[in-house]
Each structure stands twice: as C-alpha cells, then as structure tokens.
Design a protein around this ligand. Structure first.
Ligand code: ADP
Ligand code: ASP
Ligand code: MG
Length: 427
C-alpha cells in the first residue's frame, strides 16, 4: 500500500466526461489499496477567461487608474479550481468512493503575501492524513490546486501553472510516496512534442535538469514544483491522463509509461544534452551609446527592478575607446511598454543616445548535466544555427545550459535543428 498524490491539469478535466475519466483513474488507485489525495486544476481555458474578466473590469467601469487589487484578482481566478474539485468529489461519490473536496484555506495551505504569485509557507496535512486512514474509510481528498490562504486570511494563488506546485507541496505535507502528475502528454520529452514531432520521452530526468527545462520554458511542470520536489525529495512522475484508466496496472512495481523526476544519482546513463526548451514572447531592448563608466548598469537595472520588470539576458560590449558602449537585454514582451517608459524616465541618469526594441524574440536553450564535463557543446549549437541561416542576437550560459536569443520566426526551425544536432531525434 502506498500513499499517493494524483494531480490532473486543465485539459484532463476539460469537461464532465473527462472528469469522469479522472475519477476512474482515482478509483483504480484507491481500489488497489493506496491512500489517495487528488489535486485538480480548473477546466481548460477557465483560468484564462477569469483573468480576462479581471483585466476587463476597470475598463468597463471607465476607470483611468490602471490595474486592480491583487487580492481580488486571486479571489476571482482561484474559483475555477473550486468547481473542478467539487465535481470530481461528486463523480467519485457517485462511483461509490468516499471523497471530500478541499479548498486551500480548509486544509489549510498557507502562503506568503505575494498575491498572484504566492509561495507556499506551510501545509497542515494532519486532517487529510487522518481521513485517509482505515478508521475513516480511506476517504479520498480532492484538493483545489493553485490556491492557498495568505497571512491576512485572503485567498492567494500560486502563479500560472501553480497546481503542479500544490500537488508536490501536498505530497511533501502528507509524506506521500509519490506525486503523479497526470497531463495531456505521457511524460517529459526531449523537447515540446508539439514543436518537434521527433521528440522522445525520457524515462528519468534529474531534478536539476528539470528545473532548468522548466525555468527555460518547458511548461509541463511549474518551476516552483520542481524546486519543492528537489528540496523535499518527492519522487514526481509525469504521465498521461488520456490512457484508458482500466488498462493500467496499479500494483507495486508496475512500470506505466511516464517520466520520473528524481535525484541525479538514480540516473545510470547520463547524456551530454538532455533536452531543448524554448520561451516565446521575449522582447529585446538595446541602449545605444551609453557612457562606459561605473554605475551605469545600476542606473539601468535598478529602476527596472523597482518597476517589477524581470530582466533576463544581459549583454554589454567593451567600448573601443573607453567612452561609450551598447547594452542589450531581454524582458518579457508583456513588460516591454513598462520597461521603455521606465528607461525614458531614467534617461538623464543613464545618458543613452537611442533605445531600440523588438518584441518578437524567442529564447532557445540546450540543457544537459553532461555539459559540465564535455567541451564543444556550445560551438555545435552555433554552427548548426549558422548552417540554417539563423542569426544569434544574444547568448548566455551556465554550468548545464546554453540559451540563445533568436528572431521568433525561426523558433521551430531552431528547436528542431538543435534537437537533431545533439542526436535527440527518435529514429
Ligand atoms: P496541464 O494542463 O496538465 O498542467 P500543461 O499544458 O501545463 O498541462 O503542460 C503540458 C504541456 O507542456 C504539453 O501539452 C506540452 O505541449 C508542453 N511541453 C513543453 N515542453 C515539454 C516537454 N519537454 N515535454 C513534455 N511536454 C512539454
Ligand atoms: N488553473 C491554473 C492555471 O491555468 C493553475 C494550473 O492549471 O496549474 O494557471
Ligand atoms: Mg500545467
């Protein structure tokens, strides 16, 4: 008998039929004798609709104050998960499985104050653990993902894709043996299978590599969920919700298709390159002819940080004669206008001559633990992209990744080219 957390994302609970299929997956594990807690997302598209309504409301009122109260944003956007949790509990009860829905505050799952992108502070798993026990008829907990309760007792959400984080945190909080992330693909692939049909499923990925892949755009898991899985050593298994629930063997030792995210030492054969990730909607900003003197970087990036603009890649040239230089960096395309108006305000302190910007960039990244010990990985990427006529705008590297900024039109070609050049294509 194992204790499991089973998480189902938006596409897996998109309508009542799919919620029924999810209930059959849950019943299968429950019938196999496991203690089960489920975490659900909102039905596919629901959260986007709710976010749209929040953005729209001030405009409908005719307000000229931009934005909205983040606590009320959370109150609205958290509601999608409540619907799914209740519906799944009803489905399970109708199938003869004792089940109860839980909202974040009922557990409670406590967060910090950062509404809209809150971090989990603690989870009290005691009540859920007790009800899972034999004395309480092995009740199934159906938990609304993506939400918790802030220190001032308001609903708080965990950032987009946050139900993954709810699931891993709950697994840690109830000391589960495994956290199963059921989604619309049957595992983590060498790259997004929707982008490159030759992508292959990986049997195992280390926490470190998954953290890089997720941070660099592979949205199959939210970054924070991987951080938690690593910190609490939660074996996390990514698998498909679309398989026939009754064809799956749930007994101990069975090996259903999927990808285990685990510690590096559990992976016997380490590849140099494990996968390719990409992040769309990056904007490039270049400041031309900035004074080359101490304090300039602080004058540029300080105000951007104060305006909550996340700066990613930064490239600065060494000036020829020590007087002026160019500085290029990237920000999320959605923040471009805010970034430009912030730079405009700081123009006198920075003293740049011209600012140029381009919103349609893509960051393509190559990730692999083997890069630590193999030379030449970067030059292989540069040559492969050059052969396809793809211009590189900026490059950053770390121990286990190389990120390359390119024009958005070449995203698919670049991902497929890199996937192929590192021998990741399935034959
Ligand atoms: P859910 O709604 O279940 O949370 P998501 O849409 O958030 O699902 O994440 C699953 C999607 O992640 C897949 O449909 C796939 O297109 C995308 N994805 C991106 N990179 C990868 C990858 N390396 N392996 C698998 N899926 C990936
Ligand atoms: N429903 C939320 C979102 O769409 C959380 C999640 O699905 O993980 O971002
Ligand atoms: Mg997701």
């Amino acid at each position: 008998m194992a204790r499991l957390v089973m998480k189902f994302g938006g596409t897996s609970v998109a309508d009542l039929e799919r919620i029924h299929r999810v209930a059959r997956h849950v019943k299968r594990e429950h019938d196999a004798g496991h203690q089960v807690a489920v975490v659900v997302s909102a039905m596919s598209g629901k959260t986007n609709e709710l976010v749209g309504w929040v953005n729209e409301m001030p405009r409908v009122v005719g307000s000229d104050v931009p934005g909205f109260d983040a606590r009320e944003y959370d109150s609205v956007v958290a509601s999608g998960e409540q619907v799914t949790a209740g519906l799944l509990a009803i489905a399970l009860q109708s199938m003869g499985v004792d089940a109860r829905s839980w909202l974040g505050w009922q557990i409670p799952l406590r967060t910090d104050h950062a509404h809209g992108a809150a971090r989990i502070a603690e989870i009290d798993g005691g009540n859920i653990i007790e009800r899972m026990g034999e004395t309480h008829g092995r009740q199934v907990a159906v938990v609304a993902g993506f939400q918790g309760i802030s220190p001032d007792n308001r609903i708080a959400t965990l950032g987009r894709g946050g139900s993954d984080t709810s699931a891993v945190a709950l697994a840690a909080g109830i000391e589960a043996d495994r956290c199963d992330i059921y989604t619309d693909v049957d595992g983590v692939y060498t790259t997004d299978p929707r982008m490159a049909p030759k992508a292959q499923r990986l049997d195992k990925v280390s926490y470190e590599e998954m953290l890089e892949l997720a941070s660099l755009g592979a949205k199959v898991l939210q970054v924070r969920s991987v951080e938690l899985a690593m910190a609490y050593n939660v074996p996390t298994f990514v698998r498909s919700s679309f398989e026939d629930p009754d064809s799956i063997d749930s007994s101990e030792g069975a090996t259903p298709p999927g990808t285990l995210i685990c510690a590096e030492d559990q992976i016997v054969e380490q590849q140099t390159v494990t996968g390719i990730a990409y992040a769309k909607d990056e904007a490039q900003i270049s400041l031309r002819r900035v004074a080359d003197k101490p304090g300039i970087a602080a004058a540029v990036f300080g105000p951007l940080a104060d305006a909550q603009v996340n700066v990613d890649m930064i490239v600065q040239n060494v000036s020829e004669d020590g007087s002026v230089t160019d500085m290029t960096f990237t920000v999320p395309a959605a923040d471009l206008d805010k970034a430009l108006s912030t730079l405009e305000k700081s123009h006198d302190e920075i003293g740049y001559e011209v600012v140029q910007s381009d919103p349609g960039m893509v960051k393509v990244s190559v990730v692999g633990m083997g890069m630590r010990s193999h030379a030449g990985v970067a030059s292989t990427a540069f040559k492969a992209l050059a052969d396809k006529g793809i211009n590189i705008r900026a490059i950053t590297t770390s121990e286990i990744k190389i990120s390359i900024l390119i024009d958005g039109d070449y995203a698919e070609l670049a991902v497929r080219t890199l996937h192929s050049v590192y021998g990741l294509d399935k034959s």
